[in-house]
Design a protein around this ligand. Structure first.
Ligand SMILES: [Zn+2]
Length: 616
């Protein structure tokens, strides 16, 4: 459904509201994923006061919303989804009328509040739904400690509106304070200044003095403890997970230091990570000051910490300079993958970075091929057209990896020194502001590129064209070339699994190896498993790539372990390819549905909304 059918009134207000001579410096591009009239009235600060109710799985309370009225508008339009609105007060405590518009399954409802041109603040009293899409409520059994319930939020892309009525588009930035009340044996943490220990009465106050977008509003509540990992970094985790997490993430402080050397001062004071239960739907979420992370990165060998470099890098690309709409998502993610690659190179060395880059290219090629086969070639552009769609559906590896290779191309044309200096200035000049694709290209042309350099990069083909442009750099990795030789021998039946020399193999060698295997059969599957114990691996990245082969080759010996994996892990990146493969045959699809019946209740809405479609 195209949401324009639902909100003609919003469009009318937006255009009628601005008179001819008005200052338009605050203007943001139209955001088709938000009902808000942010070019008329803009929220500038939120003050949340919420009680966490683990009996009913709801948040209940109010939010004071400070506003700037640019056009003397008489209505404030907010985004909301499945919220029960009890009342709305103006700052003089008088009640003001409000209406909720038509409900859209993807976008929720506009909450239209009557205001006066002089109104500076409104207070919305509300309760969230037990099914609020951003929030996942876990029973004690779904946690490691098994003793206490757990709550976490995931607001990106457009789910903040399901727990806070707000202007839920990435271009709108605001500061916030919060008071969160919960059970006294739990700690509440937000994307803000946090306590490092539990309070006596279960009440916590928060401050976020730097402006953020709504998709970065975040809350988690659980039995969590804190340990420091350096000067301004630390880890929160369930008690049984804390020591392992600190060991795994021992490079965090040096990542922060390296990142600051590259792109300027870290703007958010502290950088902490909270390790969530396995149902967290993403690898990590870059909530300011407090990255939310999946426990699947705690692999026991520090091999998956690039994810932390990635989330940290978002402290500049995304959290500081933010995609103005979801169509500009590559400005967040492409920069972040490029930046992650630079941090990893600095800390772990060039050969390590080369492996990550080569694996990234493999993933990008697979994604482009899949999208093109499905007839979705437009989704292989960097600048996207997501109008009328849930942005979550169109955000793929393309924004991440094609974005990275575009920036790498630019770096190769102008040289690293000039590129770094451009980027440092770019982050400084645009901090706490939204950025769109057109303005970024203008920045490149005005501050970095000569016409010849622009031609050599061919910006237009990268940003507005399909697939991977011909001038993309070909990643090289001596380490993975060694594996490539082995794969060729094995695929051509010239060697057996037992003959493969795996000395020095790390997670990345194994991933490359697994992704290169072709023409497997039951004998080879058994042989590989007996020699390398893939079915029993504790490394979720390796497990996922192995299980893909198990499904494709009907290697049912591994199916109990696969069932276990699908039930325990809620990370969508793993679930989608595995369920999609299972859905290809009636027999496996029936088996998958049985597993899903039990597993689904452990998934966040971001994951089950995707898998519901896959198994439909
Ligand atoms: Zn990211």
């Amino acid at each position: 459904m195209n949401k324009y059918f639902l909100i003609p009134s919003v469009i009318v207000f937006t255009f009628l509201g601005c008179s001819k001579n008005q200052d338009k410096s605050h203007f943001l591009s139209n955001d088709s994923h938000s009902y808000a009239n942010f070019n008329d009235v803009r929220i500038s600060h939120l003050n949340l006061d919420l009680t966490v109710d683990f009996q009913q799985n709801i948040l209940d309370g109010k939010v004071d919303i400070s506003i700037i009225n640019y056009t003397n508008a008489k209505q404030l339009i907010l985004d909301s989804k499945d919220l029960t609105i009890h009342k709305v007060l103006l700052e003089d405590s008088t009640k003001t009328p409000f209406t909720l518009g038509d409900h859209s399954e993807t976008f929720g409802q506009p909450l239209v509040v009557d205001i006066k041109p002089t109104t500076k603040m409104v207070s919305v009293y509300y309760t969230t739904s037990p099914d609020a899409e951003a929030l996942q409520w876990l029973t004690p059994e779904q946690t490691l400690g098994k003793k206490y319930p757990f709550l976490f939020s995931q607001s990106q892309a457009i789910l903040a509106r399901s727990w806070v009525p707000c202007q839920d588009g990435p271009g709108v930035k605001f500061t916030y304070d919060a008071t969160i009340k919960t059970d006294s044996n739990l700690i509440a943490l937000m994307s803000a200044e946090n306590s490092t220990s539990k309070s006596d009465n279960g009440a916590y106050t928060f401050k976020m003095n730097q402006p953020i977008s709504s998709y970065l509003l975040a809350l988690t509540v659980g039995d969590l403890e804190f340990a420091s990992t350096g000067r301004n970094s630390g880890v929160y985790a369930e008690p049984a997970m804390l020591e392992k997490s600190v060991w795994e993430l021992n490079t965090m402080q040096s990542m922060i230091d390296s990142a600051e050397q590259l792109y300027g001062p870290y703007a958010w004071d502290r950088y902490d990570v909270v390790i969530l239960p396995p149902s967290f739907p993403f690898g990590g979420m870059e909530n300011p000051r407090l990255t939310f992370a999946t426990p699947t990165i705690i692999a026991g060998d520090r091999s998956l910490v690039a994810l932390i470099a990635h989330e940290l890098a978002h402290s500049w690309s995304g959290n500081l300079v933010t995609n103005e709409t979801w169509n500009d998502f590559w400005l967040n993610e492409g920069f972040t993958v490029y930046f992650e690659q630079r941090i990893m190179e600095k800390i772990f060395g060039k050969p390590y970075e080369e492996m990550l880059t080569k694996l990234g290219m493999g993933e990008l090629e697979a994604t482009i091929e899949k999208l093109q086969n499905e007839g979705n070639s437009d989704d292989t552009h960097l600048y996207l057209d997501l109008d009328g769609r849930n942005p979550d559906d169109g955000l793929t590896d393309v924004a991440y990896e094609k974005g990275r290779f575009f920036l790498q191309k630019a770096e190769s044309v102008v040289g690293r020194k000039r590129f770094d200096s451009f980027l440092k200035n770019y982050f400084t000049d645009n901090k706490f502001k939204p950025m769109n694709t057109e303005r970024f290209i203008a920045e490149l042309n005005n501050h970095l590129l000569s016409p010849e350099e622009e031609q050599a990069i061919n910006i237009y083909a990268w940003v507005y064209g399909p697939g991977l442009p011909d001038n993309a750099l070909v990643p090289y990795s001596e380490e993975l070339d060694r594996v490539e030789g082995v794969i060729a021998e094995y695929n051509n039946n010239r060697i057996k699994a037992k003959d493969i020399d795996i000395t020095g193999y790390t997670t990345h060698h194994w991933l490359y190896f697994l992704r290169g295997l072709k023409g497997l059969d039951s004998t080879k599957m058994l042989e590989l498993d007996q020699n390398f114990k893939f079915t029993q691996t504790g490394n979720s990245e390796i497990a996922c790539d192995w299980f893909k082969h198990c499904i494709d080759n009907q290697y049912e010996t591994a199916f109990p372990a696969l069932s276990d994996f699908l039930t325990k892990v809620g990370r969508r990146k793993f679930l989608t390819p595995l369920y999609s493969r299972l859905a290809k045959t009636p027999k496996n699809k029936a088996w998958a549905k049985e597993v899903y019946q039990i597993a689904r209740k452990g998934y966040h809405s971001v994951s089950y909304n995707t898998i519901d479609e896959v198994l439909k």
